[in-house]
Design a binder for this molecule. Structure first.
Ligand code: BTN
Length: 251
């Protein structure tokens, strides 16, 4: 862990507003560390975990998340009373990341439903939100975010799909602070839906998804007020997807 003065400088405003910051050179996973802290410490305030690299970064659907140095890997542990019920935190988080990247680097990423960020056809950010039930009434949401900052070689299996922003990784903490501050603003009622729709790379596209029993196809035609994806089926029917993974169909 780094010394407190350094942390204070980089995350000054967040700390003043009551978020505790914990920086690590290396962790298995910032989400796992946040979960351990929730279960053993029961913090009553938000805690932000940041690691230079992760040895067992986790993605959605049980996937691994490649987390070599040169990225921003962080998890925000939120006591659940800080979050209005049924708020689509992951959609808000993707908008917070989009805005922070835009304002710091002038780079406009696209959002692939639910919450992946893409640049030039490659994924540059993934988000994993998890709930934790500690003992008693303590409940938490963990919002884990991984952003690929500087250009680097990805493992062979990821080369076609993963990309980086191509920015100076020394601005990592500035970016993280901006993401978290923006997320807090959105959770207090700021508008997220406008950007969530406007930056969508899915609307108007043909998509493939798992409907619970088999693979299904349709055209993404809308995003509702809760972040659900409205899909027009070949039969003329419509479904609203609330979670899960979609794949963009290419011709
Ligand atoms: C995904 O793309 O499926 C989600 C990836 C989420 C990765 C971030 S990196 C920080 C935090 N710690 C983890 O182990 N995962 C999230």
């Amino acid at each position: 862990m780094m010394n407190m003065n350094e942390i204070q400088d980089r995350f000054g405003q967040l700390r003043q507003e009551g978020t505790e910051i914990r920086l690590f050179d290396r962790l298995d996973s910032t989400n796992s560390e946040a979960k351990r802290a929730a279960l053993s410490e029961h913090p009553a305030h938000p805690v932000l975990f940041v690691a230079d690299e992760q040895t067992a970064g986790r993605g959605r659907c049980g996937n691994a998340f490649d987390s070599a140095k040169g990225g921003a890997y962080f998890s925000l542990l939120l006591p659940v009373e800080n979050i209005p019920a049924s708020v689509p935190v992951t959609c808000m988080a993707s908008v917070a990341v989009y805005r922070a990247i835009d304002s710091l680097f002038g780079i406009k990423t696209g959002i692939k439903w639910v919450n992946d960020l893409f640049l030039s056809g490659k994924k540059v950010c993934g988000i994993l939100a998890e709930g934790v039930n500690a003992t008693g009434d303590d409940r938490y949401v963990i919002v884990g975010i991984g952003i690929n900052l500087s250009d680097r070689e990805f493992p062979e299996t990821l080369r076609e799909i993963a990309g980086s922003l191509g920015v100076d990784a020394s601005r990592r903490d500035e970016l993280i602070a901006s993401v978290v501050q923006t997320l807090f603003v959105l959770m207090r009622g700021g508008d997220w839906l406008g950007d969530y729709r406007a930056r969508s790379i899915v609307l108007g596209r043909d998509v493939r998804f798992w409907d619970g029993a088999s693979e299904a196809f349709g055209r993404a035609v809308g995003i509702d007020a809760d972040g659900g994806l409205e899909v027009l089926l070949p039969s003329g029917g419509r479904v609203i997807l609330r979670s899960g993974e979609i794949h963009l169909r290419t011709v």
